[in-house]
Design a binder for this molecule. Structure first.
Ligand code: NCD
Length: 309
């Protein structure tokens, strides 16, 4: 088996198409493992991983922890709410204290963009970015592409629209990088105020009409409005947002084609997507969650094999 071109997973921006292919091939193997009655392999018995979450998370934290445990790594968890960060400790001091307990890898979610890159330059451990503010969320983009590949056979050449709050979404940016890397066609769709200026420079098109975007796409990735990252109002009201950018069964049924619906979670049912769509056969939302464990196992396994060298 090959090896990754990087020692850390800080963003999709820093990896290659070959890295993505290797991660997917490795994830295929782990997906088979986690569907066995004994869902565990002893691969990382000698590795200790710290999950450092400075920002709220449910599925990403659980998914990483499960991935680590299914590889038999030792795992320690840390969440900012109950830590000395609240007492004024710096990020480097916090992490170095943890590393001095012989930790090999750090999985970190942090509200500041670039926190993972910063840490990788100052501490001696392999860093996995589990979301840095509104910047990148590389494992989410990998599991999203992996799920498209599983559902549609390949990512190359597929039409994917990312709908919603593109401006504040790390899922959007990482997905754009990942999809472009694999040769998909990408559009973004949402209120103009939630689409970054000059986003076309990333090789994506902007479409402000949801119906047109859906008519064009094979896959629609519906994103949550990131209210927690907004200091002002970016659209008049939730009701208007729902009218223009919410996906419901009638709209889906009125298209002259079948499309695949994705969502990274957490869902705001009735806002970006109605319950009947989220729970329909078109949606692969729970497959995404399941694939997340296999993809994260692959990332951790491949990074750990570089530490061991
Ligand atoms: C996303 C995140 O945290 O960036 N969720 C996730 O990781 N599953 C998306 C979101 O919060 O809307």
């Amino acid at each position: 088996m090959g090896e990754l071109s990087v020692n850390h997973l800080l963003g999709i921006k820093y990896i290659t198409k070959e890295d993505v292919d290797l991660i997917f091939k490795t994830a295929d193997h782990f997906k088979e493992v986690i569907n066995r009655p004994i869902k565990k392999v002893p691969s990382l018995r000698d590795i200790t991983i710290a999950n450092l979450f400075f920002e709220n998370s449910t599925r990403t934290r659980l998914s990483f922890e499960l991935a680590e445990k299914r590889l038999s790594a030792d795992v320690v968890n840390f969440s900012a709410a109950s830590s000395s960060v609240k007492k004024g400790e710096t990020l480097i001091d916090t992490v170095n204290n943890i590393l001095s307990m012989k930790v090999d890898m750090v999985v970190m979610r942090h509200p500041n963009p670039g926190a993972g890159v910063f840490l990788s330059q100052h501490v001696n451990a392999s860093i996995v970015n589990a979301g840095d503010g509104a910047h990148e969320h590389p494992t989410q983009a990998l599991l999203d592409s992996y799920s498209i590949r599983e559902k549609l056979g390949e990512v190359t050449g597929k039409n994917v629209v990312i709908v919603g709050d593109i401006l504040h979404s790390r899922v959007a940016l990482s997905n754009i990088f990942a999809l472009k890397l694999q040769g998909a066609n990408v559009k973004v769709c949402g209120p103009k105020t939630l689409i970054p200026k000059h986003i076309e420079k990333l090789g994506v098109e902007v479409e402000t009409n949801l119906r047109k975007a859906l008519e064009w796409c094979d896959v629609a990735n519906m994103l949550r409005v990131q209210n927690e990252r907004m200091d002002i109002s970016y659209f008049p009201s939730t009701r208007e947002y729902v009218q223009q950018f919410g996906l419901n069964k009638d709209l889906l049924g009125s298209l002259n084609k079948e499309i695949t619906i994705m969502h990274p979670g957490p869902i705001n049912r009735g806002v970006e997507i109605t319950s009947d769509v989220a729970d329909s056969d078109h949606a692969i939302i729970l497959d995404q969650v399941q694939n997340g464990v296999a993809v994260r196992m692959a990332v951790i396994y491949l990074l750990a094999s570089k530490i061991k060298q």
